[in-house]
Each structure stands twice: as structure tokens, then as C-alpha cells.
Design a protein around this ligand. Structure first.
Ligand code: WT7
Length: 671
């Protein structure tokens, strides 16, 4: 896999055309990376002192403590600071008129610039609203908002007063929102009347009301008016309007001094089991990770206009729309729409209109735009761009090449950034000014990141000397400031999921290879997590949604490869009783997943079967389902024992071997 590498485009290193990159040679990268892993205390002490503003300094002696094996990680534990101060006040003090955010609304041509001065006032007003409604340091606040500036104001207002936000992606269903509010015992919900995306209305308040009916901890709902639709339900004893509340509040609110290890936010994510985990990030370490990674990986310079097209409902939006860019004092774009609304030139229009210097998006968007043809891209200049980022899933080389040549015109750095909700910030990535890139490789570890490839069977490190490629599961050998500290309400689950599988290491859940140049290639999840268009979900979560439907007896969800979405979900279900019209039952089951989790989780196909392939001990043989769903086994194969063995391995432990033929037939029928 040691393919020829793309050198750094000459333009990026030409001082007459671009600002000099923060890291401009591989020697410099290697030196900094080596220092960061050999002497993490010295490295991060320097970074934390020179880049963050502290209310009271941390102690030079206890920069970090704790370990993966004990799960008691802390960074800068004696220091106090405030994240909102670091993201707003310090920049507003220098230049209140510099632009903090550009809001690009769903309808093209509708945009708004928000300066650091305005951001400070808006966040302060809203922080005072939260206080008025009884929110105090340590309280949990749910945010279920469309991609509007107020979503970021709400997050930053929480950070300012020490409340812990739990942002729930606005594509989640009422049930999913309820589960998250109940688990986090949120006191307040911040939402909007409706959202707008791709010209369509999302009925946020209506969904929120359904969730609220079963979320007893929520005492107050603060409702932002996005569309002003008069039919939106309003409960006068519980709900208040954002604009009516803010207008009565003073536009200054002091910052709560937070301990470095006080929680900043939690964000729910899927793991191997059905119940999503509230991953908790703390104040200083998270902010430092977001700050340094955004600065170096997107090579931020003063005046940059940086656009991450993600949603604030995911970790990418937290670290790379809100906290990272604002901590750096650049301009960040909040994009409310979709890549294809009103047509496939939307991103490129945004780039040229606002002169974006960085663009950060997901492989699924890149693939979708590539399919629609180069003409949409070619008619735009895209001259302002220096760095193109990719995140969320492995990027296939074809999509990478297209991004590099058609969008980047060969003059931009392409950074394939690998990380997770749990790591808080990017951990494997090229740096724009120095790393030669290979399409499909996330390349090399970021500062402070000490990677290990482990043998999943023995748990031992796979030896590597550069003479041949190695593969295994990816783990971290030492802690980084932005790593998650716990799972809300269930620290044991945190230990079980990340720390106990390989003693002394943090386990990512991903498989990876390291090639003879030392580059890392991420291969995807080795657990029961499926990644559809960069949206992470677990098979167990989908299965438990299915079996709550009265018709469904048993279910098994598997991930298969998909050209557009990376992976797609196919579900196999048995029914409690016979139904003549299986297509309509399948449709109802598909709808069930939509309503229990959210539209983005709707399976690509539901296959109704008489039985699941089980061993005599009752264990479902998922590999049979995966291969059948992926079309890897044909009906001809069934008649041929050798072909079956070659494709499915040993199936002699199946309780009923004839089930394989039945399943393959059903898959064929379902198309
Ligand atoms: C999982 C984490 C981190 C932001 C978005 C997703 C996969 C993420 C890459 C990449 C290959 C990637 C991994 C990871 N993933 N980025 N550049 N190359 N795989 O966050 O929802 O926590 O998902 O996404 O499988 O474990 P998340």
C-alpha cells in the first residue's frame, strides 16, 4: 500500500501567495511530534500557557495525572479558566469588529455576519436568560436546534456559566431526544419552532413536545423563532420565547471560573450496545485539543474564513465549527443548508461568496457531488481555498482524487482527518504545509498522539520496523488532553468500552494498517458500529428499535458497503405471525427505525425471513447475513459446497443449514 505520495502543493510554501504554514517541513513535524510524545508534560504545558487564557494558572508540577488503565485522567487540574472567555472575550477585546461567524442560511443569498463584539453580547444575554431560569454551574441543558447562530450562542452561554450542554442533532426523533434528556436529567431544553434544510421544514417543536411529554426533568423550554409559523404549539406554563427573554437581559454576563476538569459538555454516541453513551468532555483539555488541532491541521492564520459544513449536533460541529475556530479568533461559517440545495454548486458558491480559506466536509458529500458532475465546480474560481478537509469515514481514493484535482485544482492541501467523538479532536492527519499525502490514508499522528496497532487476538502490539505493512486494531498508548473523561452516569461503561479491552491502552474500535512509510490507513470499525454517511450507529440500537414493533419477533442488522454512503444498513427480521403482504410490513419496520432513532438511520433494506441463521447454541451468525446482504453469495453458490465454504467459511455449526438458501432467495427478492 506504499503508493506514491502527493507532495505539498508548491503554492502553499510560496510566501508571495500564501501565509507561511505553521509547520512547513517534515523535519519540523517530526521534531515537534517526537517532543510531544516523549515529553507530553513539557509540550502541553507550553501549549496551554501560550495559547489559552487562564483565570488562575495550573501548576507546573501537575500538568497531567492519571492513566488509561485506571481511567482517572486529568489535565491541568489546578487551573481555572472559562471556555467562552477564550472563544469570545479575548478576541472581542482586541477587535470587536472582526467577524466571528458567517451564517449562511438555507436560502441562497441569505447570510449574516456576526462580529466578535456582537457574539459577546448575544452570548451574554442568553447566559443571563439561562441564569434567570435557574440554570447553575453543573446543570445539564439540552440543545435541539437547527444550524443557526443561536445554536452556537446557546452552547457558549452554557460554557460561560458552567452549565453542561448536551446537543442533540436535530435529525434525531422524539424518542431519541427523550432518551438523551432523561439520561442526562436536563433541566432546560433549548429548541426552535421549526428548522429549514434544503427548502424543507423540520418540525422541531412538534417533535420536542412529544419528547417532553416523557421527560420529567425538563422544567423550561426556550424556543427560538426560526420560521415564525403560527401553528407551532406553545405551552404557556412551560415554554418561553428566546427573543422575548433576551430583550430583557443585560448584554454582559461575567464568566464562571471553571476548574480545568469541570465538564464542558456531553454528547451521545453509539457504541456496541443499544444504549447511546453520554461521552463527557472537560474544560481545559478539550479546549486545548480543539484549539491546537484546528490551528495546525487547517493551518489557520489571522483573517482566515474557515468553513466546516458539518452540523453542531455532532462532535465535528462542536470542535470544528464552534470551539476550535473561535478559540483561534478566525471567522467560522455556520451552514444551514445541504450540499445540493438548490443545486450541486452550493458549496462552491459559498466558497466564492465568502472567500473561504478552508473547507471541511465528509466523504459522503464529496462522493455525492462528484456523481453530479464537474461542471458545478468548474464554473467557480475557488481561489481562496488553501486546505480541504475530510472527516467521518474512510475516504476512497477516487473521491480523494476528485476533491484534490477538481475542487482543489491541485493547489490545496487535502487533509483526511481521523478522530472520534471520544477523542474530542483529530488524532491522525496530514498537516497542510509538510505531509506528503496518499489518497485514502489519514497519514500520521497529530501532536501528543502515540498510536499503537494491536493484535486483536493476543492483545499485544504488532511489531513494526518499517520493512512490511502491519494491520490490527488501533489504540492510543498515552493520554491526550482532549480525550473523554467518562460516560455520563456510568463510569464503569467507560472503562469497559475503552480501557479494559486492552489493558493500558485506549481502544478506538477501529481497525488500521501501518504501511512501510509509517502511514496509518483506517479500515473502519471492528465492533458492531455501522457508519452511514459519517453517522455512527450501532446494530444493537437498530435491532432494539425493530423489536419494539409489534409485528417483529427477532432482528439482526448488518452493515454492507455502499458506493455513496460508505456503509448502508440492511436488517433481517422474523415476524411473530405470517403476513401475506411482506412489503408493507417491511415498510412499517423501516418507519419504526426512523421514528425511534431518526430519518438518517432508516435502513436501506428490510428483509423478512423465516428464521435467522443461528448456531445450535442460538448465536446469530452475522457473517452469513453480511455476505448475503452484500450480494456476495448467489443462488448458484448454494448448490456448490466448495463455493459456499469459500464464501461463508464453516457453516457446519448452523442449527438449520437450509436457512442459507432461504436468506439468499429473500435478499434477491428484496432487491
Ligand atoms: C468513527 C467516529 C470524528 C468526527 C466524525 C465522526 C470513523 C472518522 C475517519 C477518517 C476513517 C473515520 C471511525 C471512527 N472515522 N473519521 N478520517 N477515516 N474513518 O465521529 O461519530 O464519533 O465516529 O468514524 O470509524 O471510529 P464519530
Amino acid at each position: 500500500m506504499s503508493v506514491p505520495a502527493h507532495p505539498v502543493p508548491a503554492r502553499l510554501l510560496d510566501a508571495t501567495q500564501c501565509p507561511t504554514p505553521h509547520v512547513s517541513s517534515m523535519e519540523q513535524y517530526k521534531e515537534m511530534h517526537e517532543e510531544s510524545v516523549k515529553n507530553p508534560v513539557g509540550f502541553w504545558r507550553k501549549m496551554a500557557k501560550s495559547n489559552l487564557d487562564w483565570i488562575s494558572p495550573f501548576s507546573d508540577e501537575t500538568v497531567t495525572q492519571g492513566s488509561f488503565s485506571e481511567g482517572d485522567i486529568a489535565w491541568f487540574p489546578q487551573g481555572t479558566l472559562n471556555v467562552a472567555y477564550n472563544c469570545i472575550d479575548r478576541h472581542a477585546a482586541k477587535d470587536p469588529n472582526s467577524v466571528a461567524m458567517i451564517f449562511e442560511a438555507d436560502e441562497p443569498g441569505n447570510h449574516e455576519k456576526i462580529t466578535y463584539g456582537t457574539l459577546l453580547r448575544e452570548v451574554c444575554r442568553f447566559a443571563n436568560v439561562l441564569k434567570k431560569h435557574g440554570v447553575r454551574k453543573g446543570d445539564t441543558v439540552a440543545i435541539y436546534m437547527p444550524m443557526v447562530p443561536e445554536a452556537a450562542y446557546a452552547m457558549l452561554a452554557c460554557a460561560r456559566i458552567g452549565a453542561v450542554h448536551s446537543v442533540v442533532f436535530a435529525g434525531f426523533s422524539a424518542d431519541a431526544l427523550r432518551d438523551r434528556m432523561v439520561d442526562a436529567q436536563c433541566k432546560i431544553l433549548i429548541t426552535a419552532d421549526q428548522g429549514l434544510r434544503g427548502g424543507k421544514v423540520v418540525h422541531l417543536k412538534k417533535i420536542a413536545d412529544e419528547a417532553l411529554a416523557q421527560s420529567p426533568s425538563v422544567e423550561r423550554v426556550i424556543l427560538f423563532q426560526r420560521t415564525g409559523d403560527e401553528k407551532v404549539p406553545f405551552n404557556a406554563t412551560r415554554d418561553v420565547w428566546w427573543h422575548e427573554e433576551c430583550i430583557t437581559q443585560r448584554p454582559y454576563c461575567p464568566c464562571e471560573p471553571m476548574n480545568a476538569e469541570d465538564p464542558l459538555f456531553m454528547l451521545y454516541t453509539s457504541g456496541s450496545t443499544g444504549k447511546p453513551k453520554g461521552v463527557v468532555h472537560t474544560t481545559a483539555g478539550y479546549l486545548l485539543g480543539a484549539y491546537t488541532s484546528t490551528k495546525y491541521i487547517f493551518d489557520l492564520h489571522p483573517g482566515d474564513i474557515y468553513g466546516c459544513m458539518a452540523d453542531v449536533g455532532w462532535i465535528t460541529g462542536h470542535s470544528y465549527i464552534v470551539y476550535g475556530p473561535l478559540a483561534n479568533g478566525v471567522t467560522t461559517v455556520l451552514f444551514e443548508s445541504t450540499p445540493t440545495y438548490p443545486d450541486a454548486s452550493r458549496f462552491w458558491q459559498v466558497v466564492d461568496t465568502h472567500k473561504l480559506t478552508q473547507l471541511y466536509t465528509a466523504p459522503t458529500a464529496i462522493r455525492a457531488l462528484r456523481r453530479l458532475g464537474d461542471a458545478f465546480v468548474e464554473k467557480h474560481s475557488l481561489e481562496s481555498l488553501r486546505v480541504l478537509g475530510s472527516v467521518g469515514e474512510p475516504i476512497n481514493p477516487e473521491a480523494w482524487d476528485w476533491y484534490n484535482t477538481v475542487v482543489g485544482r491541485g493547489r490545496c492541501a487535502v487533509v483526511d482527518t481521523y478522530w472520534q467523538t471520544e477523542t474530542g479532536s483529530i488524532i491522525v492527519t496530514p498537516l497542510p504545509g509538510c505531509t506528503p499525502t496518499k489518497p485514502g490514508a489519514a497519514t500520521l499522528p497529530f501532536f501528543g498522539v502515540d498510536l499503537a496497532i494491536l493484535d486483536a487476538n493476543t492483545g499485544k502490539e504488532v511489531p513494526y520496523d518499517g520493512s512490511e505493512e502491519i494491520t490490527g486494531v488501533l489504540a492510543l498508548r498515552q493520554t491526550i488532553p482532549s480525550i473523554a473523561r467518562t460516560v455520563y452516569g456510568d463510569h464503569n461503561r467507560y472503562l469497559d468500552t475503552y480501557m479494559r479491552p486492552y489493558k493500558g491502552f485506549y481502544f478506538t474500535g477501529d481497525g488500521a494498517a501501518r504501511d512501510t512509510d509509517g502511514y496509518y490507513w483506517i479500515k473502519g470499525r471492528v465492533d458492531d458500529v455501522i457508519n452511514v454517511s459519517g453517522h455512527r450507529m450501532s446494530t444493537a440500537e437498530i435491532e432494539s428499535a425493530l423489536i419494539t414493533h409489534p409485528a417483529c419477533a427477532e432482528s439482526a442488522a448488518v452493515g454492507i458497503a455502499d458506493d455513496l454512503t460508505g456503509q448502508a444498513v440492511v436488517c433481517f427480521c422474523t415476524l411473530k405471525s405470517h403476513h401475506a403482504d411482506e412489503a408493507s410490513v417491511a415498510a412499517a419496520l423501516r418507519f419504526q427505525v426512523r421514528t425511534q432513532i431518526g430519518p438518517f438511520a432508516a435502513p436501506k433494506a428490510i428483509v423478512i425471513v423465516n428464521d435467522l441463521p443461528k448456531t445450535r447454541s442460538g448465536k446469530i451468525m452475522r457473517r452469513i447475513l453480511r455476505k448475503a446482504a452484500g450480494g456476495e453469495v448467489t443462488l448458484e453458490d448454494i448448490e456448490d459446497d466448495d463455493a459456499i465454504r469459500a464464501k461463508l467459511g464453516d457453516i457446519s455449526t448452523l442449527a438449520d443449514p437450509s436457512i442459507v438458501k432461504h436468506i439468499v432467495e429473500k435478499v434477491k427478492k428484496a432487491g
